[in-house]
Design a protein around this ligand. Structure first.
Ligand code: ACO
Ligand code: PYR
Length: 537
């Protein structure tokens, strides 16, 4: 296998191929915002869309001229080669492409004989002429041209001579880079290595003077190998990689820009995303997901929230010695963080590391660490989950550390009624009887559900003594029924996300009864809201 070329481009197609993902529909303003993020990240090219095909893409390029001030990237307009049987200068799609006014263009061309004959319904000779005419016409107008060879790998397998001829024709006509596309995404890494290597050898010495073999790669993710195929093509000599943010794209998607950039920079030592771009990857990935209106993928390599989250006790015990022992790269290099998760898989090291993350120092307290470890295992076995409920975990550790957070009240009783009225309205009403700082308080409130009513009644009862609770909001409420096993009853687990000013926290409650499980999570949430900082923080 040859080594990566010295000159290398990272080419982003989030706004064109990425927008072909089911469920994505960018506005022009969204596209401008994504382009700014990608430019700030440091990609070399941003493919903005297909002017003349999509009115919103035509509008994007029009606005980009005045509104995008790109610092690092070159904007590229995408389109197809001229239509079969039509002169290039008379082709309205080619005109619209040039009218977009970008200095660089990317043309998609057929390179598989099956597609030329059956989809394009033309001859191999005419298709080569379409490529040659369109590339040389755009080059003559001063544009840099990339040529995407659709279905290159499938076509090359059937007819290597023809595949080679397509690439030769485009390079001879003046294409800057010819991009080999695994359009159906069916290749495996060894196929890509073999074909790229063989193609380079076949082209070597056959191009006109002054032309060199400049290849790119574009991989769809249908075998889940898009990133691997991209990296392997670069290893085999491709000097231009097309990718999309978060791997968005047609069907299962494309090669994920962040995984490709991380691999090329940190594993192959290529200077991609210079100027600190790597450290912006996590932020940019999440910001683009937000604009696309998609939840970020928690488990995405390099940039996912869980990319450096460690659950197994054995992992945590080695991480305690040296985080490098269980991280393939330093998370900070890609703008991410390492986290230790506390679950029934935790060992003492996990408990110590997680506590340290929360500002609780268990060094020199093996008794506390051991007690917390066994309590967590016991509770997790009974259905509790501390993985996401850091606040409940902190309360538990502090209790064992003799730094118990004072309970804001003691409970005498609570009662919840759900009333289905004759007119169809369903009203919940809760009454709580509590003691707050020696005073007996009774409060009743209505709510749109039993937990909402309970929360309102409890806050009402506490508000005079604890006015800070007015700032606390219940941001989310998740319920999960955990099936019983070994003859035990099913239990309900409730997670409550709370927020106040600039902090947020999660608490957990478990019980056979959903209201009681909610009550536990609610009480932890309000207790945590009023908790003084830990003695050791
Ligand atoms: C692999 C990829 O993802 S490439 C990007 C694909 N992206 C898109 O298709 C999104 C944007 N596409 C569109 O808006 C429309 O499909 C358009 C405007 C491009 C074309 O629309 P229409 O003119 O209505 O044609 P339609 O989509 O039905 O068919 C495509 C036409 O382009 C032709 N064509 C396809 N590929 C090429 C090519 N590389 N070069 C020249 N012509 C091509 C087809 O033969 C067909 O021609 P025909 O109308 O003479 O039969
Ligand atoms: C060009 C492109 O998107 C493809 O061949 O998949």
């Amino acid at each position: 296998m040859s080594e990566p070329a010295d000159e290398f481009h990272l080419y982003d197609t989030t706004l064109r191929d990425g927008a072909q993902r089911e469920g994505i529909g960018y506005s022009v303003a969204d596209k401008l915002a994504v382009a700014r993020l990608l430019d700030d990240l440091g990609v070399d090219y941003i493919e903005g869309g297909w002017p003349g095909a999509l009115p919103s893409d035509t509008e994007f390029f029009r606005r980009a001229r005045h509104e995008l001030d790109l610092k690092n990237a070159t904007l590229v307009a995408f389109g197809a080669t001229r239509k079969a049987g039509r002169a290039v200068e008379d082709d309205p799609q080619v005109k619209a492409l040039l009218d977009a006014g970008t200095s660089a263009l990317c043309l998609v061309a057929k390179s598989d004989v099956r597609h030329i004959r059956r989809a394009l319904r033309t001859t191999v000779e005419e298709n080569l002429a379409m490529i040659s005419d369109t590339v040389s016409y755009a080059v003559a107008q001063g544009r840099k041209v990339f040529l995407d060879c659709e279905h290159f790998f499938d076509g090359y397998r059937d007819d290597p001579g023809h595949g080679t001829e397509v690439v030769r024709t485009a390079l001879t006509a003046g294409a800057d880079v010819v991009v080999l596309c695994d359009t159906n995404g069916g290749m495996l890494p060894h196929d890509v290595t073999e074909i790229v290597t063989e193609l380079r050898a076949a082209l070597d010495g056959t191009l006109p003077a002054g032309k060199s073999v400049r290849l790119g790669i574009h991989c769809q993710n249908d075998t889940s190998c898009a990133v691997a195929n991209t990296v392997t093509a670069v290893k085999a000599g491709a000097m231009h990689a097309q990718c999309t943010a978060n791997g968005y794209g047609e069907r299962p998607g494309n090669a994920d820009l962040f995984a490709v950039a991380g691999n090329l920079a940190l594993k192959l030592g290529l200077p991609v995303l210079p100027g600190g771009g790597l450290a912006k990857m996590t932020r940019v990935s999440h910001a683009i997901a937000e604009i696309a209106n998609l939840a970020p993928d928690t488990h995405q390599a390099y940039v996912g929230h869980a990319a450096f989250a460690h659950k197994a006790g054995l992992h945590a015990s080695a991480i305690k010695v040296d985080p490098e022992l269980y991280n393939h790269v330093d998370p900070a290099v890609v703008g991410n963080d390492m986290r230790v998760l506390v679950t029934e898989m935790a060992g003492r090291a996990s408990i110590e590391l997680k506590s340290a993350e929360l500002g609780l120092d268990l060094t020199g307290r093996p008794d506390v660490t051991a007690r917390v470890t066994s309590k967590v295992k016991e509770l997790e076995a009974a259905g509790w989950s501390f993985e996401a409920a850091d606040a409940s975990f902190e309360l538990l550790v502090r209790e064992e550390l003799d730094d118990t957070v004072p309970a804001p009240f003691s409970l005498e009783s609570y009662r919840v009624i759900v009333e289905h009225r004759e007119d169809g309205a369903v009203v919940s009403e809760a009454t709580v009887k509590v003691r707050v700082r020696g005073e007996r308080v009774i409060a009743t409130a209505e709510g749109n559900g039993p937990v909402n009513a309970l929360d309102s009644a409890l806050r009402q009862a506490l508000q005079r003594h604890h006015p800070a609770l007015a700032e606390v909001e219940l941001a989310d409420y998740k319920v999960r029924i955990l099936a019983g096993s070994h003859g035990t009853a099913a239990v309900t687990r409730v997670l409550i996300d709370s927020s106040a000013e600039d902090r947020d926290w999660t608490t957990v409650g478990v019980h056979e009864n959903v209201v009681e499980a909610s009550w536990h999570a609610l009480v932890d949430a309000l207790t945590y809201a009023l908790a003084p900082a830990p003695a050791a923080r």
